[in-house]
Design a protein around this ligand. Structure first.
Ligand code: C2E
Ligand code: CA
Ligand code: CA
Length: 397
C-alpha cells in the first residue's frame, strides 16, 4: 500500500524534528524505533518510545500547528513521510466533508488528551492560543453540521432556483434569466447563497450543488422560456471555481443537458475570473470543451478581480457582466463611470456583449444605454423569483 511513497532513513540518535518546528508531514515507522522527547525545566524527558507500524507527527499535518515535541531515532529508523500535499489530494478525491470530520475528531482527541505533548501543543500554551483553539473547535463543529445539513438538504430537495430577468436596455424586453440558488431551510427559512455557498465551495459540496442547479435549470427551462418573447432566450447558470477543476464536469454537463433535451445554445455559464487566474490552463481546456457544445460563457462580477480584460482575451468569453459595485456608484462617482464606460468599450472591441448588474433605477438604465451597454439585470427590471411566482414578481418596463 505504501510502496510508491518515499522513505527517509535516520541514523541512531539523529533528530527527526524538534519541538516548535513547522510540520507538514506525519511519519509512519517502517523499521527501527523513535523516542518522543519533551523539554521540562531545561531538561529533556523521554515520554514515549514508538516502533514499527506506529505513526507520529500527524497533528501538525492536519491542523498546521507547530511540532509539540522533539522526536529522535533510537536505532536506525526507516520512515515513510506522509505529506500534507498527499493528504489534501486524497481528501479532495474522497468524501467532501472528510477534512472537516478529521478536524473535529482531532479537536475531541486534543480535549481528551489535554496533557499529552505528542498530540497537543505544550501545556504552557498562552491563554491566547488556547482560546483560539476553542474558537477553532466551535467553528469546525459548526462547519461540519452545516456541511451535513447541505447534504441532507440536497437529498430532501430543499434547494430551489430563483430566476432573475436580464433585459435589453433599449426596450426592457427580457433577453434571458440568471438562475440563483435559494435554500428553504426547515428552521431558518429562505437562506441566501452567502449563508452557505462558501462552505459548499470549501468542502467540494458545490460540485453536487452546482450539478443540481444545472439539472434544475434545464428542467425548468421549457416553462421559463415561455416568459419571454425573445428570439434567442437563454438561462445563465453560475459555475463555481471548484466545479471547474472537476475532471468530470464536461461529461456531467453533457449528460444533464441531453437528459432534458436542453438546447446547449440556450444555456449560458457564468464564472468569475478567480478560476481562470488560479488554473489558467485547465480553465482554458474545459471552457473550450464547453463552448464546443454550443453554450455561451459570461464573465461574472467584472471589475472586482485583478486580471483585466486584455489578460482574459484568449478565453472564449461572449458576455461581460459588470459588477454591481460600479453600477451602483456610477452616477455619483466619475471614477466608477469611467470604469463602466471603458469596460463596455473594451468588451465590444473584443466582440463581447455587456450586461450591467444591479440596475436599480431608471436613471441608471438611461445612462447605461447612453454608454452603449447592451443588457441590464437588477431590481429595476425584476427581483429573482421562484418559477411559480414569476408572472407576479417580474416587472417589465
Ligand atoms: P451573482 O452571480 O453576482 O448574482 C447576482 C446577485 O445580485 C444575486 O444575489 C442577486 O439577487 C443580486 N441582485 C440582483 N439584482 C440586484 C439589484 O438590483 N440590487 C442588489 N443589491 N442586488 C441585486 P444572490 O441571489 O444572493 O446570489 C449571490 C451570489 O451567489 C451570486 O452572485 C453568485 O455568485 C452566487 N450564486 C447564486 N446561485 C449560485 C449557483 O447556483 N451556483 C454558484 N456557484 N453560485 C451561485
Ligand atoms: Ca452570476
Ligand atoms: Ca455577478
Amino acid at each position: 500500500m505504501f510502496d510508491e511513497l518515499d522513505r527517509e532513513v535516520f541514523a541512531a540518535g539523529e533528530q527527526i524534528f524538534k519541538e516548535g518546528d513547522a510540520g507538514d508531514c506525519a511519519y509512519l515507522i517502517e523499521k527501527g524505533a523513535v523516542e518522543v522527547i519533551v523539554a521540562e525545566q531545561g531538561a529533556e524527558r523521554v515520554i514515549r518510545l514508538m516502533g514499527k507500524g506506529e505513526m507520529f507527527g500527524e497533528v501538525a499535518l492536519i491542523d498546521h500547528q507547530p511540532r509539540t515535541a522533539t522526536v529522535r531515532a533510537v536505532d536506525k529508523a526507516v520512515l515513510i513521510p506522509i505529506r500534507r500535499r498527499l493528504v489534501e489530494g486524497l481528501m479532495e478525491k474522497g468524501d467532501p466533508i472528510l477534512s472537516h470530520l478529521l478536524l473535529v475528531i482531532l479537536e475531541r482527541f486534543r480535549n481528551n488528551h489535554g496533557s499529552d505533548p505528542v498530540t497537543v501543543a505544550s501545556t504552557t500554551d498562552t491563554p491566547d492560543i488556547s482560546s483560539r483553539r476553542k474558537a477553532l473547535k466551535g467553528e469546525a463543529t459548526q462547519k461540519l453540521s452545516l456541511a451535513h445539513e447541505i447534504m441532507r438538504a440536497l437529498a430532501h430537495d430543499e434547494f430551489e432556483l430563483y430566476y432573475q430577468p436580464i433585459c435589453d436596455l433599449t426596450d426592457g424586453r427580457t433577453a434571458g434569466f440568471e438562475a440563483l440558488l435559494r435554500w428553504h431551510h426547515p428552521a431558518d427559512g429562505v437562506m441566501l447563497p452567502k449563508d452557505f455557498l462558501w462552505l459548499a465551495e470549501q468542502t467540494g459540496l458545490i460540485r453536487d450543488l452546482g450539478l443540481w442547479a444545472l439539472e434544475r435549470a434545464c428542467r425548468d427551462w421549457p416553462t421559463l422560456r415561455r416568459q419571454t418573447s425573445s428570439e434567442f432566450p437563454f438561462v445563465s447558470v453560475n459555475l463555481s471555481p471548484n466545479q471547474l477543476t472537476s475532471e468530470s464536469l464536461v461529461d456531467d454537463f453533457k449528460t444533464i443537458i441531453a437528459r432534458h433535451n436542453m438546447p446547449a445554445t440556450e444555456l449560458k455559464l457564468e464564472l468569475t475570473e478567480t478560476v481562470i487566474v488560479e488554473h489558467p490552463e485547465i480553465a482554458l481546456q474545459i471552457l473550450n470543451r464547453l463552448i464546443e457544445l454550443g453554450s455561451g460563457l459570461a464573465l461574472d462580477d467584472f471589475g472586482t478581480g485583478h486580471s483585466g480584460l486584455a489578460h482574459l482575451q484568449r478565453y472564449p468569453i461572449s458576455t461581460l457582466k459588470i459588477d454591481r459595485a460600479f453600477i451602483e456608484r456610477m452616477l455619483g462617482s466619475a471614477q466608477s463611470m469611467e470604469i463602466v464606460r471603458s469596460s463596455i468599450g473594451l468588451a465590444h472591441s473584443l466582440g463581447m456583449n455587456v450586461v450591467a448588474e444591479g440596475v436599480e433605477t431608471e436613471a441608471v438604465r438611461e445612462k447605461l444605454l447612453e454608454l452603449g451597454c447592451d443588457f441590464g439585470q437588477g431590481w429595476h427590471f425584476g427581483m429573482p423569483a421562484a418559477l411559480a411566482d414569476f408572472g407576479l414578481v417580474r416587472a417589465e418596463i
